[in-house]
Design a protein around this ligand. Structure first.
Ligand code: MSP
Length: 512
């Protein structure tokens, strides 16, 4: 039953130097699925996404576009909002780092760090990559470039530093005491060995450009964009007002979902900044992998960037949501291919789930006057299928607690398969004359299993799952996870069944 326990989940905030692409859509959809799951499970959810608008990279992109930085940010940030709308993302807030609430939060956090002696003034001389918005030492470079392959430039300027070097042991102790802090394990190991190799103080202000949050009392400096960006997670729940209801309810966040390239910022710098300001670190950071496109690295120069809008237009939103979360174990890299997309759409969605629902509901419509059947006593096979269905929720909870989305979806589709085997074995279409009572029982079992599948699939395919539930005439207030064990009411009138998961048919004249 709903217990209203708070659940705070965040996406990274996206740089506005570039248009939204599949990588952004992926993180946001994964968070959306989890946010919807937790709401249906009775949690009080706060789901945050937004845009990261300061720093040299954005300043340069604005200059290249010939517009003032803020105007440029307004324009691109809007595209991220539009994308969230098109993907039916259920975020509760959308933060922009250029908002006054955020600038105030950054300056308050800075002051806390300064007051505690965690920040000091010095000067930076070293390499900087604008693309990564990261500092590198000579030893980090590979063939004169950042380890990520990004170009670097030499920077020498007055700068404030954060005493990161003093936080190594405390970070290691924190990881030790909180084994669930970083997932998956491969990333956790990577972070721990990075910290063990020794931390240097971190430059946290820049003086050679101005597009950033001014450092309090020293406006020649703007804050390093990552200190600014990470702070968004506390801004959005009310920081610096630590007595705010939202802050007390939602901080520390339950989960920051990030891509594998930005783990270090979230799992090393962020908890160090927070601990240094005596703020609790988030409970968990999970890093997902990267997508390639038909086997190739996605890059603007290769011209193979996947626009989420194009995918949705071709396949429909729910199949795309399903595919992205089912195809690849969350945390691993994955490859997008049209063949794989169409394969899953046609076999699992149309052939598996759609077929199950359509067969069951059309026999009911034809033979049972379009009403939920009145079942007789359940036999062993009925009970077995119903028990398998009833076991789904716990499996999903366990999988989703660890962000194993593919495992959760597999648990659901194992029941779809079992139900399709059941319908074939029971062959209700042949029972009308010989045993009408048994026919009604079999169809009741099937309809109720479809109901449970529909309820549990809402987080991943909200529109389709709800259309499925509409076909069972299930009231809108009976679709939460707390309703899973309330069976369909026999005798309820059902609407005319219609297919919810169409097969994908190649548009004429086009190759996949
Ligand atoms: N602004 C920072 C995040 C600050 S959070 C306090 C940033 N922004 S970003 O726009 O460059 O990247 C956002 C996310 O997109 C990252 O998590 C990154 O991993 C993800 N992806 C970018 N390309 C991707 C793929 N090809 N595949 C999957 N995710 C990818 O970093």
């Amino acid at each position: 039953m709903p217990d209203g326990r708070p659940y705070y989940i965040t996406t990274p905030i996206y740089y506005v130097n570039d248009k939204p692409h599949i990588g952004h859509a992926y993180t946001t959809l994964a968070c959306d699925m989890l946010a919807r799951f937790m709401r249906l499970d009775g949690r009080r959810v706060h789901f945050l996404t937004g845009t990261d608008e300061h720093g040299q990279k954005v300043e340069k992109s604005a200059a290249a576009a010939g517009v003032a930085p803020l105007e440029f940010c307004d324009r691109v940030s809007e595209q991220f909002r539009v994308l969230a709308g098109a993907l039916k993302v259920s975020n509760d807030d959308f933060i922009r780092t250029t908002e006054p609430r955020h600038i105030a939060a950054c300056q308050a956090l800075w002051q806390q760090l300064l007051d505690r002696g965690e920040i000091y003034l010095g000067s930076y001389a070293g390499w900087y990559s604008v693309r990564d918005e990261a500092f590198y030492t000579e030893a980090d470079l590979v063939d004169g470039k950042a380890p990520t392959g990004a170009p670097v430039e030499w920077v020498e300027e007055p700068s404030y530093f954060f005493r990161l070097s003093a936080w190594g042991d405390r970070l290691l102790a924190f990881y030790d005491q909180n084994p669930g802090f970083i997932g998956p394990d491969s990333r956790r190991n990577e972070v721990i060995s990075f910290v063990k190799s020794g931390l240097r103080d971190l430059s946290v202000s820049r003086t050679s450009f101005t597009w950033g949050v001014p450092v309090p009392n020293d406006p020649a400096h703007v804050m390093y964009v990552w200190l600014d960006a990470l702070t968004n997670y506390i801004t959005a729940v009310g920081y610096p007002d630590t007595q705010a209801e939202t802050y007390k309810a939602f901080w520390p966040a339950n989960l920051h979902v990030v891509g594998k390239d930005i783990v270090r910022f979230h799992a090393v710098y962020w908890p160090a900044f927070l601990m240094a300001a005596e703020i609790a670190p988030p409970k968990r950071v999970f890093a997902h992998g990267w997508w390639t496109n038909e086997g190739q690295k996605i890059s603007k120069s290769l011209g193979n960037v996947i626009a989420p809008g194009d995918l949705v237009e071709r396949y429909g939103l729910d199949p795309v949501r399903y595919f992205l979360l089912r195809e690849v174990p969350f945390g691993n890299d994955g490859d997008f291919s049209h063949r794989a997309m169409i394969g899953r759409m046609n076999s699992e969605l149309a052939g598996g789930l759609g077929n199950l629902a359509q067969r069951s509901l059309s026999i009911i419509a034809k033979n049972l006057d379009s009403k939920v059947p009145q079942p007789g006593a359940f036999n062993e096979e009925d009970n077995e299928l119903l028990a398998q269905a009833a076991a789904m929720l716990d499996k999903l909870r366990a999988a989703f607690d660890h962000q194993l989305f593919h495992e959760g979806l597999e648990a659901i589709f194992n029941v779809v398969r079992a139900a399709n085997i059941y319908i074939d074995r029971q062959a209700p279409w042949g029972l009308k004359k010989t045993d009408p009572e048994r026919m009604a029982t079999v169809l009741y079992v099937l309809a109720d299993v479809v109901r449970q599948l529909g309820i549990l699939l809402q987080p991943v395919m909200p529109a389709s799952a709800n259309r499925l539930l509409d076909q069972l005439a299930l009231p809108a207030d009976a679709r939460g996870f707390g309703d899973l064990d309330k069976r369909l009411v026999p005798g309820t009138d059902l609407p005319k069944p219609e297919g919810v998961f169409p097969r994908f048919v190649e548009p004429e004249g086009e190759g996949a």
